[in-house]
Design a protein. Structure first.
Lengths: 268, 321
């Protein structure tokens, strides 16, 4: 979409705005990466958010590079969003808010930490975060694995619709809030309101649970649970898993059989 | 949205330990860099509460007007001159000896006072001059706030060379009250010397607490909900609570979503509401503690790889220098 120039009068400098609301207008691809076959790397220290994302897209989509390393991302927000290609991405440092949202396919490793809402609505792929993660990590996760080696914030996996979240540290309050499907493996303690109003899915907690949320109840352990946890721990080299408690939806809030008054009239 | 930040140097020397290039970091420059990196969270106004080693005098920063008057406007200049004269007269009438007065800009002054009486008495005397407002008072605290981004305010108030022990700052996106200096953060905890607060969030029982605190004799300089935190803490501390105890009480008493940072002459603390609805990222090093709404701001003053984390819900943490 082209940027639009507002009408100008006389010698007044032309004001420019972008109907998409982008703040970095007319940003050009920096083309700073060192490319070696299907591998590339670049330093993001002096680049803006948009420049970093443009360079990533150039490497992945135009040059078909399959392995990219980004150095010094500087905790900038909204990096690596919407990458829909199978590839391997490494960020040497920390990312800010909304990192790796909507990705479908990439295998991402972040050596630092991430801010709020990392991997939001991620469709598939893997994201391994070596440090801590902020609140709302993997919100509305659809598929793939999100592995946090540190602690995760409040409302982790809110509205989760699939996939697996693994946190080696503690999790904040309302973890698994309104979860609909998928799994969360929390090795540390979980805050208040665990699994509040969850519809479905499974929560595993290795440490203490401050309190369970509404309609979240202890679940029955099966061999499938043991197999799943052992498999995930083996894939990511996380060592021997601790003992977990399992929590599922109590289904007391299920009212799917109840008809609205207007519907009842039709049936009768 | 708003952005908050704070920094406390743990070595107590008043500056960051020398970096490899032997350039000591300075509080004013560090705070300006942190707040400027969060400009996108609030471009309306920027404020700083900076602390230096306590002086023997009581330092009172007084705003004579909200600015914006034309420099060439004789009536405006004359009004400011009259107000300043009146403020000086009332300081003396309240029993303070004026050791010096610094003109910070055309509408802000910093008075160094020799005064042993009740702070509320002299502050109320000054504020009885129409248009005058005490921005801060204490032996170590100085509040600097104005419209514009951090760089603009930092340059205007020459903060680059400010050496201090700890400080907090705020970039404001106004949602509930006017865009002017009175409604900008930080808020001095009137009438408690050397305590200030910055806040990110909304308080839903503001009017309830404002009425309670007004009945106890406190004054409010703005219509901003955040001011309630400063005055609330002041009230609790005047009843004998420590800063940390007062902050813990606030978690039960204040309703809404909030993360705030509070400072006294030797401590800096943070408190987060029970929903953890507003962000805060924290770095605790051997030499300093830095906290901000976004990690980007911490990276603006620490350029090496560091480990940071988000404090959890209902957490109160306090560090001393």
């Amino acid at each position: 979409m082209d940027t639009v120039e507002a009408p100008s009068e006389g010698a007044v400098p032309q004001a420019r705005f972008d109907p998409r609301g982008l703040v970095e207008l007319d940003e050009t691809i920096p083309r700073v990466a060192e490319v070696d076959g299907d591998r590339a790397s670049f330093d993001a220290h002096q680049l803006t958010t948009r420049q970093i994302n443009l360079e990533l897209r150039r490497l992945i989509y135009e040059l078909d590079v399959r392995e990219v390393t980004v150095r010094n991302p500087g905790a900038k927000h909204s990096l690596c969003v919407g990458i829909l290609q199978r590839c391997k991405l490494t960020f040497e440092g920390s990312l800010g808010y909304f990192a790796c949202g909507l990705i479908d396919g990439p295998e991402v490793r972040i050596t630092g930490r991430v801010g709020w809402s990392a991997c939001e609505n991620m469709m598939s792929g893997v994201c391994v975060i070596d440090g801590n993660a902020g609140s709302l990590t993997a919100a509305a996760l659809r598929g793939g694995d999100v592995v946090v080696r540190g602690q995760v914030g409040a409302r982790t996996g809110i509205d989760q619709k699939g996939g697996t979240i693994i946190a080696l540290g503690d999790a904040g309050s309302m973890t698994g809030f309104m979860m609909q499907r998928g799994r969360q493996i929390i090795c540390g303690n979980a805050g208040h309101g665990l699994g509040d109003t969850m519809y479905d899915g499974v929560l595993y907690v290795g440490g203490k649970v401050a309190s369970l949320g509404i309609d979240c109840v202890p679940g029955e352990w099966t061999d499938a649970d043991t197999e799943l946890i052992a498999r995930k721990f083996a894939i990511y080299g996380l060592g021997g898993p601790p003992r977990f408690q399992k929590f599922v939806c109590g289904k007391k809030l299920y009212n799917y059989d109840s008809l609205e008054p207007s519907e009842r009239k039709l049936v009768l | 949205m708003c952005g908050i930040a704070g920094i406390i140097y743990k070595n107590g020397t008043g500056s960051h330990p020398p970096a490899p290039d032997h350039q000591a970091h300075r509080l004013g420059a560090d705070m300006t860099r942190m707040l400027q990196s969060m400009k996108h969270r609030g471009p309306d106004s920027t404020g700083f509460a900076l602390y230096r080693r306590p002086s023997a005098d009581l330092i009172m920063r007084i705003k004579l007007d909200d600015g914006g008057g034309d420099n060439g406007d004789i009536a405006y200049t004359d009004r400011l001159r009259r107000r300043r004269r009146e403020v000086e007269a009332r300081l003396r009438a309240a029993g303070a000896r004026i050791d010096s007065i610094e003109d910070i800009n055309e509408y802000t002054i910093a008075a160094a006072l020799d005064y042993d009486g009740a702070l509320k008495h002299v502050a109320d005397y000054v504020e009885s001059v129409p248009g005058a407002e005490v921005l801060s008072a204490g032996s170590a605290l100085e509040i600097i706030k104005d419209l514009g981004d951090a760089q603009t305010v930092g340059d205007a108030y020459k903060l680059d060379g400010y050496i201090g022990t700890h400080g907090i700052g705020h970039v404001r996106m106004a949602t509930e009250s006017d865009v002017d200096i009175s409604n900008a953060h930080p808020y001095w905890a009137y009438p408690f010397s050397d305590v200030a607060v910055v806040h990110n969030g909304q308080l839903t029982n503001y009017h309830q607490w404002r009425r309670r605190l007004e009945r106890l004799g406190h004054r409010f300089a703005s219509d901003c909900d955040s001011e309630i935190i400063a005055v609330y803490l002041a009230q609790k501390m005047s009843e004998g609570a420590t800063l940390e105890e007062a902050m813990r009480m606030s978690l039960d008493d204040l309703d809404g979503v909030f993360t705030y940072i509070c400072v006294s002459d030797d401590a800096l603390g943070m408190a987060k509401d029970e929903l953890a609805a507003k962000p805060l990222v924290l770095y605790e090093g051997d030499d300093m503690v830095v906290l901000a709404s976004e990690e980007m701001a911490i990276r603006a003053v620490i350029d090496r790889e560091i480990e940071t984390y988000d404090p959890y819900e209902s957490q109160v943490m306090v560090w001393t220098r």
